[in-house]
Design a protein around this ligand. Sequence first.
Ligand code: FE2
Length: 354
Amino acid sequence: MAKRLVLFDPAVFVAGRDYQIFLRVGADCAVSVEIDGKRFFDHANGVIRTRTRIHRVTVPQTALDKTQKYTVVVSPLIERKPYFSRFAPEERLDYPFHPVPQENINVYHIADAHGRSTHAIRSAAAFGKQIDLLVLNGDIVNSADRLTDIDTIYRLSQAITHGSIPVVCVRGNHDLRGRYAEQFGDYIPTVDGKTYYTLRAGGLWAIVLDTGEDKPDNHPEYGGTICCEPFRREETAFLQRVVAHADSEYNAPGVTHKLVIAHNPVTNVAEPPFDIEQDLFRQWAALLKNDVRPELFLAGHYHRCFVSDPGSAFDTLGQACPVVVGAKPEGGKAFTGCGITLKKDKPDIAFYRG
Ligand SMILES: [Fe+2]
């Protein structure tokens, strides 16, 4: 049963102070997660969900970090009706789990896979280290036009993490395109429904920023489907709230490393029509530089791999820290991603082609 019904190993996304365990399935079923005898459900306000093809079970980080193992419980639905719904016997899938450590954190970064997974998976293997955290930094899909497009996220997570290490998943501009784009937040982690948030994982604190589309909202290519300008202004307010609560965010006890993770490295002003939101991105840059003071800004989008130090030719709006642009797809031929080890001193940053 499990092989046909469960399409991929679960993805353990980290968002906020929780893990959101996602399971991509091929048929109606109920999904829950058991940790140390306690059961967590995928539910909608107390109703067990069975009609979705991507289940989300939210569990507290503290619980899974402590047990370092979890069981996914899948109950295939026979019939859902107002009275006496019926399920087939449950299937239990056990996974070990490795939380992010406080120090010497091995991060592998992939963006811009654009629906291809084979070479991105090989590039992660070329990193050659025990990965502690996988970052999927946008444009993993080429568009969100079919539900199966979103499977690239789950295919990469399965091959690289086997459901046993945390994954950060950020939205890129291509993820806002196609018939499923408006539901994309149902298929990736969110906090209070938003695709921007902060997270903790071991010694790491990170702010995930959703840079949205890369051209003006009224660009003809979007055909009237995009309103990222007001969305980004919501995000400015969020960034200001994070700074106002620094003591429980990036200045909290146990934070050893601070990252910004966003698809588009917005401190670079690109050529028209990509030269959007300069005042707003300058405001984000100032908040990051003066208050958050991150160690690195991880980005993709440019289909190149390089590190831009503050003040470089790439830094037009005022970088707070080095910007790592770490993803280079080469069609179906190769993929280069970025391996980062966060250490007490300077981080190790290198690019791996697979
Ligand atoms: Fe992009």
